[in-house]
Ligand binder design. Structure first.
Ligand code: TGC
Ligand code: FAD
Length: 392
């Protein structure tokens, strides 16, 4: 994308629900995205390369752990600020938002919530500044939607534990300095461990040939008798609720991020519809194209209100995991629909890298799957409203 012409759209005056600080944060992240990410993102995605130099810059603009206290290297901001930052970054590319939300919500957050004071002081400031990159290992080759069935395990060996197993589809893993890994102890209870790059028997090979999130690096985590010091076990939680409570934070960020993608697709399609002439008129004057644009801004507006309200609930400590699931599921599906419609408005140009839409559309095929698939989130809502568990 040569020039980022994005302009904000706020059909219902949702900005009036935000504070001055929220708007300032949004403007500064947007300015950084336009200066540092928009000019390069298409080329990195086309080459399927992670723009690694952005990690330090993401740290500098406060995109890593904005909702974590400053004492631990976070931004000390509220949940709506966190959402706005994810929205602005994902407006440009879901893969860059992935880098930021994994680092903040899935690496820093579990250490902040469940780590010892020594672990927090050792890792969080470096993660917050971007000196370290981290990843989160929950999914396995045979256990995706059903992480409770994981096979990765560790045994007690005195002052350390011995870790064996493999994780699959792990964002950031090949370049990570540390991995927060979820594994079963000898009693079959899930616990979190911090595994450091360079530990003998630990490797993180890259997964190649992705058609989606091409500017985000994804890999495996392989543990072959890795000796992990006991001081690297997260002392504050046992059981599947540990990783799942971190997912609440990441899913919340994705619900905001998806609004960013949809806004970008709408913005591009609206401008194109007003400029592109066919049959002697702008294509935006045809009713069929107006229907697409009108439906897009209607759905975007509903999604903006959904995340704003969710942010208010979350800041008050009242957002339930099921409410977060609803927003993740609705907003990502909404963004996918908007991206597909927007692509059609651009005709043949819509499939090229001249515009961001096709890249967004392909990225969203991962976003609709990771952090709990579209189906799984529907079943979480189903369980919440009926009290009947479809998972068995
Ligand atoms: P279930 O028996 O329901 O629950 C086990 C324990 O966990 C508690 N719990 C939660 N706690 C906090 N937050 C949540 N959202 C929670 N959901 C459940 C639950 O209360 C229970 O606690 P306790 O004390 O009774 O033990 O578990 P289940 O095995 O039936 O599975 C339920 C299910 C399917 C909803 C869950 O496992 C699930 O969400 N599956 C989807 C897996 C998933 O989202 N994986 C994401 C991997 S990470 C990722 O994709 C990163 S992408 C990163 C990027 O690039 O942005
Ligand atoms: P499966 O669980 O095999 O599901 C396949 C299909 O079956 C889906 O449509 C699903 O909805 C459906 N299904 C499954 N169970 C049910 C059911 N009970 N009822 C109805 N339908 C069902 N994981 C991490 O731990 N860390 C990461 O950083 C990470 N990053 C990722 C990055 C990318 C690019 C991708 C693609 C994935 C990433 N993941 C990560 C993994 C992601 O969370 C999983 O892909 C996701 O949870 C789904 O698991 P699966 O792919 O094994 O699909």
């Amino acid at each position: 994308m040569a020039i980022d012409r994005y302009e904000h759209h706020d059909y219902y005056g949702v900005d009036e629900l935000l504070t001055e600080e929220h708007l300032l944060i949004r403007d500064s992240v947007r300015a950084w995205v336009k200066k540092s990410v928009s000019p390069i993102i298409e080329e990195y995605a086309q080459r399927s390369e992670f723009p690694r130099h952005l990690v330090k810059e993401l740290g500098e603009i406060g995109a890593f752990g904005p909702h974590i206290p400053t004492k631990y290297g976070g931004g000390g901001l509220d949940d709506i600020s966190y959402g706005i930052i994810m929205q602005e970054i994902e407006r440009c590319d879901s893969g860059i938002r992935s880098t930021a939300s994994v680092q903040g919500s899935l690496v820093m957050y579990p250490i902040y919530l469940f780590g010892s004071e020594a672990q927090k002081m050792k890792y969080l400031p470096k993660l917050g500044s971007g000196e370290y990159l981290g990843c989160f290992g929950l999914t396995e080759p045979d256990h995706g939607s059903d992480p409770g069935g994981m096979k990765t395990n560790f045994t007690d060996a005195g002052d350390h534990v011995v870790l064996n197993g493999a994780k699959m589809w792990i964002s950031n893993s090949p370049y990570s300095d540390i991995a927060v890994v979820w594994a079963k102890d000898e009693a079959g209870i899930i616990q979190g461990l911090i595994v450091e790059k360079g530990m003998e028997g630990f490797s993180a090979p890259e997964i190649h040939n992705k058609w989606s999130l091409r500017a985000s690096v994804t890999g495996e985590l392989v543990f072959d008798n890795v000796k992990v010091p006991k001081e690297n076990l997260l002392p504050g939680v046992k059981g599947l609720k540990g990783p799942l409570s971190c997912l609440n934070s990441a899913r919340y960020g994705i619900a905001w991020g998806a609004v960013g993608v949809a806004l970008d697709c709408y913005d591009t399609a609206l401008r194109y519809a007003k400029e592109r002439m066919q049959f002697g008129k702008p294509i935006g004057s045809f009713q069929l194209q107006q229907k697409k644009l009108a439906e897009m801004i209607t759905e975007i507006t509903k999604a903006q209100l959904l995340v704003w309200r969710l942010g208010v609930l979350k800041s008050a400590g009242k957002a339930s995991p099921a409410q977060i699931s609803m927003a993740k599921r609705n907003n990502v599906q909404m963004a996918l629909t908007v991206a597909r419609e927007a692509r059609q408005i651009l005709g043949g140009m819509g499939i090229t890298g001249e515009y961001s839409i096709m890249r967004h559309m392909m990225n969203l095929e991962s976003v609709v799957t990771y952090e709990g698939t579209h189906d799984i989130h529907l079943l979480i809502t189903g369980l919440d409203v009926t009290g009947l568990n479809a998972f068995g």
